[in-house]
Write a protein that binds this ligand. Structure first.
Ligand SMILES: Nc1nc2c(ncn2[C@@H]2O[C@H](COP(=O)(O)OP(=O)(O)OP(=O)(O)O)[C@@H](O)[C@H]2O)c(=O)[nH]1
Ligand SMILES: [Mg+2]
Length: 552
């Protein structure tokens, strides 16, 4: 073929424009200089046009990005709120990722069982040492209860010294004010329905859960995260079912922002930029907005050892959990296991079945602590009209109370602050001298008065209203912790309205500039009520966003 001849390819230029752009024949020196100057000018204009198109495109890209910052103390519900956004606006991805949460739920179950076993093993447990006087326990707890200090609301908050067992678990913060539940009388020392031999046999049969716990930790946490994964020393494991106190506390499993997480969740669609206040995560946005990983690399083996072991142990665990004696023992220790994050013991038959795939509600209930800052990128799968083309970035600032400034330099920032108001009678896990509600109020003050966030509109979620309601119905009185509440009715409506007015007053007093403030009473684990609230927040954010875009 003529076209394939090497000679025909190399003899002349293939560019059809060459003919027209060639210097004119017989061009003089002056004409050449003028022509080159013209060409140079044309090139400059072309480059300027390119640069302005690029700048405009970048500005448009930035304007399309809406950033939502989630702030609040640890366990306030930030990650659950993030998961609700995922569930509502990227439902396909959310459904496909549910399977990745199975390991977290398995670990949550193992932890609950450990709490029960530890309570049974504790020497002072009446079921083990009947001679222990329950009254002496009551006395010591009541004494600690007297140590109080003034809170933000001119009230008092608990600053008790730790109960040994609870401290070892890091679970003490879930304890009521003892005097609210001070029913620790002889009536409550009911003999366990299970006798000692039965309990011992169950404990023995549940021993494999220790191995499962280690397996799950290895699966979920990268190998260099020693602090988070340290289990009881081998010698401890051999001699007792109770690991050292510090080891328990160090064992809350967390996800840390890093691209290389090991285990199933590493491949989840949450993107973890190495957050250093830089914008580089925007450049990587496309990577994280891609489709979720295929089932083939989800990290869920077909034969899942933890699930098999949990399935085999389920009857024993259910017997323990249903046992009246165990319930009373936990009651005496002020351990309200049902209120612990990641509580699944009431659903054991279902969640330990061999083919178990977590439901939406399970994913929202599961507990996995966040450390550092994670950023979730998405474009709404669900068409909701006006926000077409908007990129959402939801920034979850894990647990930290000192990261308020983060994200303040971003354009188009909105902020959701979560205050878990059910914590009015609890103390922080990380600092037992601080009442949870008081901590939330302090953090809220810091957010409101932060100059970098002065122009950011604020959305407040007074969260965990479901737990608050249960507590109030159980007779725990807010007035005991928030003196200024006085003798108002101790019900959800009055309490939430009262707390909302307090938070609102702080916002008014401390905000450097006037700005918009929206408050919602939420239970973010509840899909039905949260859907409406999140839709309102979304519309609000989009409205503000459009207003700002027009101003720019
Ligand atoms: N019942 C109930 N549980 C909730 C609610 N909000 C959160 N939780 C549970 O509380 C636990 C903690 O929620 P997370 O979203 O992990 O808390 P977080 O603020 O992300 O905590 P860190 O990651 O430590 O910063 C989870 O097990 C949730 O299921 C709520 O409104 N009601
Ligand atoms: Mg979190």
């Amino acid at each position: 073929m003529a076209g394939s001849s090497p000679a025909s390819v190399t003899t002349s230029s293939d560019d059809p424009f060459d003919e027209f752009l060639k210097p004119p024949l017989g061009e003089t020196f002056e004409e050449r200089v003028k022509r080159l100057a013209r060409e140079e000018e044309a090139l400059k204009i072309s480059m300027a046009i390119d640069a302005s198109i690029k700048a405009e495109r970048q500005a448009r890209k930035k304007m399309r990005i809406v950033r939502l910052l989630l702030l609040g103390q640890s366990e306030s519900g930030k990650s659950v709120t993030l998961r609700q956004f995922q569930r509502l606006y990227t439902p396909t991805a959310f459904r496909e990722e549910r399977v990745l949460w199975r390991a977290v739920i398995q670990l949550n179950i193992v932890r609950s069982v450990r709490i029960i076993l530890d309570a049974l093993n504790r020497p002072s447990s009446p079921s083990i040492s009947p001679s222990t006087s329950p009254k002496s326990q009551t006395r010591s707890l009541s004494t600690t209860h007297n140590k109080r200090r003034t809170s933000q609301f001119g009230s008092s908050s608990e600053a008790s010294s730790p109960d040994d067992y609870l401290t070892s678990l890091g679970a003490n913060d879930h304890r009521n004010d003892p005097s609210d539940t001070e029913t620790d009388t002889e009536d409550h020392i009911t003999k366990s329905c299970l006798d000692t031999n039965e309990i011992d046999a169950i404990k023995l049969r549940l021993l494999p859960l220790r191995h499962i716990e280690a397996l799950l930790i290895a699966k979920l946490v990268p190998p260099n995260e020693e602090e988070a994964t340290r289990l009881a020393a081998p010698s401890e494991s051999k001699n007792t079912q109770t690991p050292s106190r510090s080891s328990y506390k160090a064992q809350e499993i967390f996800v840390r922002p890093s691209p290389g997480l090991k285990g199933g969740l590493a491949r989840a669609r949450v993107y973890y930029p190495s957050f250093a206040g830089s914008h580089h995560s925007e450049e990587n946005a496309s990577a994280s907005t891609g489709r979720p990983s295929s089932a083939g690399n989800t990290g869920l083996e077909t034969s899942d050892e933890p699930q098999e072991v949990l399935h085999a142990c389920r009857t024993d665990v259910m017997r323990l959990w249903a046992d009246r004696g165990v319930k009373e023992l936990l009651h005496r220790r002020k351990i309200r296991l049902e209120e612990f994050p990641g509580f699944f013991l009431n659903d054991l038959e279902r969640v330990t079945s061999l083919k178990y795939i977590p439901s939406d509600d399970d994913v929202l209930k599961a507990r996995l602590k966040t450390v550092g800052v994670s950023e979730y990128h998405f474009q709404m799968e669900v068409s909701t009209g006006r926000e077409t083309g908007t990129d959402w970035r939801i920034v979850d600032v894990g647990g930290s109370r000192s990261q308020v400034h983060l994200g303040a330099h971003y354009l188009n920032l909105r902020l959701i602050f979560l205050a878990p108001i059910s914590g009015f009678d609890q103390v922080l896990t990380e600092d037992r001298t601080v009442n949870r509600l008081e901590d939330s109020v302090l953090l809220w003050k810091t957010v409101c008065s932060n100059k970098l966030l002065a122009n950011v509109d604020l959305v407040l979620f007074l969260n965990k209203c479901d737990i608050l309601e249960a507590k109030l119905k159980a007779g725990v009185r807010l007035a005991k912790y928030v003196k200024s509440f006085g003798d108002r009715a101790n019900n959800l409506e009055t309490v939430s309205k009262y707390l909302r007015s307090k938070f609102s007053a702080i916002h008014r007093e401390y905000s450097p500039n006037p700005r918009k403030f929206y408050a919602f009473c939420t239970s973010v684990t509840d899909t039905a009520t949260t859907a409406g609230i999140i839709a309102s927040v979304r519309d609000m954010v989009i409205r503000q966003h459009l207003r700002q875009s027009k101003l720019m």
